[in-house]
Write a protein that binds this ligand. Structure first.
Ligand code: NCD
Ligand code: ZN
Length: 335
């Protein structure tokens, strides 16, 4: 049996830089036609020059594949009309991080004073630049995302022309918020469709499953599965594949991030097949993102087959999800 996907897209991806970029970028560009590239480098991407230079480095290491990096900027409330206008079509979205909430987010926003953020958000509305948000407060770790939902809603109401993407949602509360505001959308990762906090910390601690936002309760995972498997038009796949070297994960201060890029499509095929939803996979991994971001991806056909994939123990210094295990689907060919 086979599944054919047209131009799969990963709308939330960390490619890092330097040696790590060389290792991980081809693992995405092999099977995806495009990806939204996160700007949380050190220092973050916050100028046109830095964005274009990073894009060039990505294109250089992915040159053997049909692949388009959709570039993002790290949100600052100092961005004005002329500055953002100068990016033209090079800018696909701006990513807003609460200060210090996750990897390399120290320069993010604190306090969420709508008045302070207003001028930049108005300009983004006018220029049609989507706002991607890592929505977590600094509250109790299991409640951070649900506590952030009122902030999403405040922003969605205050800027009705601004498309806001709730990144890597993990809770029922976020799923429900999608229905209340026309301009709220969401990405969902592979790992949050599969695991709960029990898988991370219920037995032996599993550092390679530790990420932000942390995986939540079974009913949250079920809510995510509902909208992903039905390919709700406001949700799209964003892996949040976030590589860290093995020593940074298997350490007494474990870095947050799950690395799924090389197995994402195979595992999605397995899940959608098992749940009798394979007819919706094309929408979840591509069509919904095209509509939400108003993009036409490069043409690329990916054929998956029900032939097992053995996941390697590591890719360079990075340990993937399902390392050393087998997934019942794999990529057969790419045209
Ligand atoms: C991401 C990273 O490592 O850059 N980590 C993560 O746990 N998801 C950052 C992020 O998206 O929060
Ligand atoms: Zn991320």
């Amino acid at each position: 049996m086979t599944i054919e996907l047209n131009s799969p897209l990963d709308m939330h991806l960390h490619l890092r830089d330097h040696e790590m970029l060389n290792v991980v970028a081809p693992l995405t560009s092999h099977s995806f036609a495009g990806a939204l590239i996160m700007p949380n480098l050190v220092p973050p991407i916050e100028t046109l020059d830095a964005l274009l230079a990073y894009k060039e480095r990505i294109l250089t290491v992915t040159k053997n594949d049909i692949f388009k990096p959709y570039m993002t900027l790290f949100f600052r409330d100092s961005y004005d009309y002329d500055f953002l206008k100068s990016f033209g079509s090079e800018l696909s979205a701006i990513k807003l991080y609460p200060a210090g909430i996750t990897t390399n987010s120290e320069g993010g926003v604190s306090g969420f004073d709508v008045k302070k953020l207003s001028p930049t958000l108005e300009v983004m509305s006018e220029l049609g630049i989507p706002l991607c948000i890592h929505g977590e407060t600094n509250g109790f770790v299991m409640d951070r995302e649900a506590q952030f939902v009122p902030i999403y809603e405040k922003l969605a109401s205050a800027f009705p022309r601004l498309n806001i993407i709730m990144e890597h949602i993990t809770t029922k509360e976020s799923v429900e918020a999608l229905e209340r505001h026309e301009n709220l959308y969401a990405t969902i990762t592979l790992h949050h469709l599969l695991i709960t906090l029990d898988d991370v910390a219920g037995g032996m601690l599993r550092p390679h499953l530790f990420c932000k936002p942390i995986a939540k309760r079974p009913h949250d995972r079920d809510a995510l599965l509902d909208v992903a498997l039905s390919a709700h038009p406001k949700v799209m796949f964003g892996s949040d594949s976030a590589p860290h070297p093995k020593h940074a994960k298997e350490s007494c201060g474990c870095a947050a991030g799950v690395f799924t890029a090389p197995l994402a499509l195979a595992k999605l095929a397995e899940i959608f097949m098992e749940k009798s939803s394979v007819a919706n996979l094309q929408k979840f991994v591509s069509d919904n993102a095209r509509a939400i971001y108003n993009i036409t991806p490069l043409s690329k056909k990916v054929i998956l087959e029900d032939n097992p994939m053995n996941v390697p123990h590591n890719y360079g210094e990075v340990v993937p999800m399902y390392a050393g295990e087998s997934i019942s689907w794999s990529i057969k060919s790419i045209e």
